[in-house]
Design a protein around this ligand. Sequence first.
Ligand code: SAH
Length: 231
Amino acid sequence: MNLSDYFKAYNLSEEYISDFEKFRKYLLQYNKKTNITRIEDENEFNVKHFLDSLSLFKIGLIKNDSKILDLGTGGGFPGIPLKLYNRDLDITLVDSLNKRIKFLESVIEEFALKNIRPIHGRAEEMARDENFRESFDIVTSRAVARLSTLSEYCLPFTKVGGYFIAMKGPEAAEELKEGKRAINILGGQVEDLVEIKLPLEITHYLLIIKKINMTDKKYPRAGGKPKNKPL
Ligand code: SAH
């Protein structure tokens, strides 16, 4: 199926579909000189990068005025598809690899996107900055770390009353068992685990965590601790 068929099948508006096609081509061209993604097949790209990212709209938590953080965005997933789909969203893209941030800067210029900013930084440091701490309605992240570690990266950025949405693969339920303690310590409360069925027989999960209490100032811990000694 082509992208238009997929958008129809998933009840997605095709208003900006030409920008999605253009973005895929732009990324794959850039990928020839700078490694951004290993997914080069068109169909696989459409499913794993576009439909998967857009599945975030299914849960009804993203509003037009939501301030969203995509932590460890890499080539812009899920943040760029969210923005291409809804130009009203305010999106911050963070990654610790500067070559990916440079790529995203070029995308934003090429597609004339507003209210979206790529920032080169590490979660552990940025989350301590008052400008970012507890200031996002929605914090999301895909393929960055296991849930216990990821929660320590993401929940400090999430506003009380906002949501951390972890995009997870088949091991979601197991990661949740292992990560529950960390989520509670960091001020989160697990609300739901939503199964997302995609083409190519792919099943993914959106793990929805509500931020109910402020995160203690001692988190995230420095020196690689969230990763090496998860809560
Ligand atoms: N979210 C994208 C990229 C996943 S690869 C996708 O799903 O396609 C993981 C990315 O997270 C890499 O680009 C890496 O540089 C970034 N990353 C890993 N740890 C990080 C941290 N602590 N802070 C910020 N970015 C991080």
